[in-house]
Design a binder for this molecule. Structure first.
Ligand code: OXD
Length: 306
C-alpha cells in the first residue's frame, strides 16, 4: 500500500494523484490502524516523525516531497528502503530568487525605499551585475541552473562542486580548489544540501576570501552557513549584505537576534516552493514505476546524503 504523510498538503496530493489516475493512496492521520501501517510499502512524505516510520516495518520506498532529505538525517529506515527526492523542478525559481536578491543589492533598492518613505529625491550611481564575480556553492541541477542564469549578466561565474562541475561558460572548482573558488567573489550563492560534510561549510575562513563589501545568499540549508561568522563578517564590512532564506531552526523564532542584524535580509524559506501541483507528476511517475518494479527517479545516494 502507498501512504502519504504531509500535514495540510496530504489531501491535496491525494486529489491531484487521483487526477493522474492513481487511486487508494492512504493518508496517515490519527485514524490509521497498526495493521494499515504494516501494509505500507511506499511512503510519500515530508518531515515524517521517526515514530511513524518505525510503525511501517514493510516500507521499501520513501519519496521525499521536496528536494531535501535532511529531515531524515539520523532516522532509521528498514533495510533496503530506497529513498527518492524531488529533482530538477526548483532550479528556475531558485535562480529567479538569486537574481532578484543580487539585483536588489547591486542597485541598492533598499536606499530607494528608505528615501521614498521620507519623501526624499536621492539620486546616486547604481551598480551593475556586469562588474560582479558570482560563485555558486553546490553544482547539482539547481546550482547549475543558478550559475547559467547569471551568465548573461555577471562579469564572471564560478561553480563549486564535490567533483569538477562542467557547465559551459562557468569556471568549475572542486573540493581541492575551494579556497581559490571563494577568492575575490562579490556574490556567493549557497545551494548545498545538509549533510555532516556540509555543516558550517561557509565559515570564517571562506568568507574572508570574498571581496570586501560583498553579498552572501543562502538558499540551501541553514546550518551550511556559520551564522556567527556571517554576523561578524557583516560587522567588519567583509559582507555588505547577507540574504538568508533558510535557517537552522524554522520558522525563525520571533525572539531571534537575527531579525535585527544590520545588513541581514530574511525571507521565510520561499526560494524554491514545492507546491503539490508542481511535484505531483514526478510522484505519480514514481508510484507507477515502484508498482511495476522499475527504477525510480531521483534516487538518493545514502553515502553522499543527497
Ligand atoms: C525542499 C525545500 O527541500 O523546500 O524542497 O527546501
Amino acid at each position: 500500500m502507498i501512504a502519504i504523510y504531509h500535514g495540510q498538503y496530504a489531501s491535496r496530493y491525494q486529489d491531484l494523484l487521483q487526477a493522474e489516475g492513481i487511486e487508494g493512496v492512504k493518508m496517515l492521520d490519527e485514524t490509521v490502524t497498526a495493521d494499515e501501517l504494516h501494509r505500507v510499502t511506499g511512503l510519500l512524505g515530508w518531515k515524517v516523525p521517526q515514530s511513524v516510520l518505525a510503525a511501517m516495518p514493510n516500507l521499501r520506498w520513501v519519496q521525499s516531497l521536496g528536494a531535501g532529505v535532511d529531515w531524515l538525517n539520523g532516522m532509521a529506515l528498514p533495510p533496503y528502503t530506497t529513498l527518492t527526492r524531488v529533482v530538477d523542478l526548483f532550479g528556475t525559481d531558485m535562480a529567479e530568487y538569486a537574481l532578484l536578491a543580487s539585483l536588489m543589492w547591486v542597485k541598492n533598492v533598499q536606499r530607494w525605499q528608505r528615501a521614498q518613505v521620507s519623501h526624499r529625491w536621492d539620486p546616486f550611481v547604481v551598480g551593475s551585475l556586469s562588474t560582479q564575480r558570482v560563485g555558486v556553492v553546490g553544482a547539482g541541477s539547481i546550482g547549475r541552473e543558478i550559475a547559467r542564469a547569471f551568465l548573461p549578466w555577471a562579469q564572471e561565474v564560478r561553480a563549486l562542486g564535490r567533483t569538477l562541475p562542467q557547465i559551459e561558460g562557468v569556471q568549475g572548482f572542486d573540493a581541492e580548489t575551494t579556497m581559490e573558488f571563494f577568492k575575490g567573489l562579490n556574490i556567493v550563492i549557497v545551494v548545498l544540501p545538509l549533510t555532516p560534510e556540509t555543516t558550517n561549510f561557509v565559515g570564517r575562513g571562506r568568507l574572508e576570501q570574498m571581496a570586501l563589501g560583498s553579498l552572501l545568499i543562502n538558499v540551501g540549508r541553514g546550518p551550511v552557513v556559520d551564522l556567527d561568522a556571517v554576523v561578524d563578517a557583516l560587522k567588519s564590512g567583509r559582507l555588505d549584505q547577507a540574504v538568508l532564506d533558510v535557517f537552522p531552526t524554522e520558522p525563525l523564532p520571533s525572539s531571534s537576534y537575527l531579525w535585527d542584524v544590520p545588513g541581514l535580509v530574511i525571507s521565510p524559506h520561499v526560494s524554491g516552493p514545492s507546491r503539490p501541483e508542481r511535484v505531483v507528476k514526478l510522484v505519480a511517475r514514481n508510484i507507477q514505476r515502484f508498482q511495476a518494479g522499475q527504477p525510480l527517479e531521483g534516487v538518493v545516494n545514502w553515502q553522499r546524503g543527497y
